[in-house]
Design a protein around this ligand. Sequence first.
Ligand SMILES: Cc1cc2nc3c(=O)[nH]c(=O)nc-3n(C[C@H](O)[C@H](O)[C@H](O)COP(=O)(O)OP(=O)(O)OC[C@H]3O[C@@H](n4cnc5c(N)ncnc54)[C@H](O)[C@@H]3O)c2cc1C
Length: 479
Amino acid sequence: MQKLALIGLGASGLFALKELAGADVEVHVFDVGPTYEKRYACPIDQGKLTVCPPKACSYCAPGQSAGSWNDFKVILSASPVIGGRLYDLVGEAELQKRLDMVRATILQHAPCEIPVVKPNAEDLEWIKKKATMASMTYHYQELLHCGSDNAPAINTSILNEIKSKGSNIVFHFDKKVVSVARRNEKFAVRSDRYRKPEEEVEDIFDLCIVSVGRGGAAWLTQQEFYKALDINPGQVDIGIRVETSAFFTEEVDRRFYEPKLYYRSRHSNDVVRNFCSNPKGFVTPENHRDYVLVNGHSKMYEKSENNNFAVLVSKTFTRPFKNPQMYSQTIAKIANMLAGGGPLVQRLGDLKAGRRTKSLTNNLIKPTLEAECGDISLAYPHRILESIVEYLDAFDKICPGVAGESTLLYAPECKSYPDSISVNKNMETNVPNLFIIGDSSSWTRGVGQAATSGILAGEGVRQKLKVGMPAASKLVPVS
Ligand SMILES: Cc1cc2nc3c(=O)[nH]c(=O)nc-3n(C[C@H](O)[C@H](O)[C@H](O)COP(=O)(O)OP(=O)(O)OC[C@H]3O[C@@H](n4cnc5c(N)ncnc54)[C@H](O)[C@@H]3O)c2cc1C
């Protein structure tokens, strides 16, 4: 029997594994995290801690499949702009087909009824008119919001079903893959215990699926095969987490949960977008060990009085600059430095007036995250902040009050994506039998498309096993 290494059991790895359960291949799954039953809820959320532990914990760190455990909002629409770029890779119909499979799996394993958020004709008419009047573009999406509280049950139930069908699968939890190197036509995979290393072992595999997420992006660049891949530098999103009253946004929240609204900045021509809305949710820290970002989440049952969402400015760079990830991390570290190690918070009114925020004691909006009051303009480039302020002023035309003086801005909310890797329609790279899926391939940016890329790879492997493993078919170049 052929042997396959699946490295990373996050959103994409889980759905690849689902396709491979019972297939005619011996699958070895490696993940630095513990078994799903042992992955814990955010200790801050549970009131056990007030600040993040010095090491990133398995709840929030992107290396630990954050989105499938944290908020767990799944975009279900095949869109050319939302959730990733698989639309460019496989086209609308093929993408929608796989997203429908993801939807069906999640709903089947949910412990309670989870409504699909789907705007009706009247909602669409309403938002198109409002958005146009505000110089914004609305992008249609349907989504599932599972909530952080339902995430463990759903993921565990999917994995249990895979285990029951997959006598061909061997699990290596708490195991870090140290390196992957080509050995003739095969792959030498070295792994070790994650917590107490020094028991390194090597095994040889015929096929390899890499699904290490954004958290594993730096690791990926260190691997022997990396230089053989066809790659382009990735994109970064520099932004702010906005927290405002849920009263201001209640109409769009009710109609859409999260309307995707894009805006082109007047002064810089940069595209600005909203991302990850959390009506009645909470702002949270996102601990990356050497810097702390902000993020947000919401729950099915426990609610706050606020809404939080990100406003992001996307940047790509041209030669000679090749390290966009370093750029966004440097901005994040400056913001952390000014805040004494964590996130900064500033009132929108203070930012517009060019002064620092000193206290939030009498502020209309009460923060859901304790962050250091300060001045974000000391850390962020003017071009980025100006575009974010323009975006909020435009959004205020749809949700009056959002751009009010008391609205809170948290920084840093920076997202860096791995280099863009050319793959074929089954996520196979130009290195034959090496598949790179999910966010580490840079083709996906959220749970829905990450899971879809896993399904595509699983299908590709099954196809190869059937026809006797020919070399990779035509690659789709990075855009
Ligand atoms: C705080 C936060 C909240 C988010 N919320 C949402 C949301 O609500 N909706 C949404 O669509 N997206 C959300 N996202 C994004 C989402 O998490 C990712 O897009 C998605 O998880 C990508 O899936 P993936 O399989 O590529 O990677 P991941 O899900 O990150 O999985 C990678 C896996 O690889 C393992 N791994 C990494 N390196 C190694 C190694 N060397 N050896 C062994 N194992 C390794 C990790 O332990 C992990 O299990 C959120 C992200 C963050 C950080």
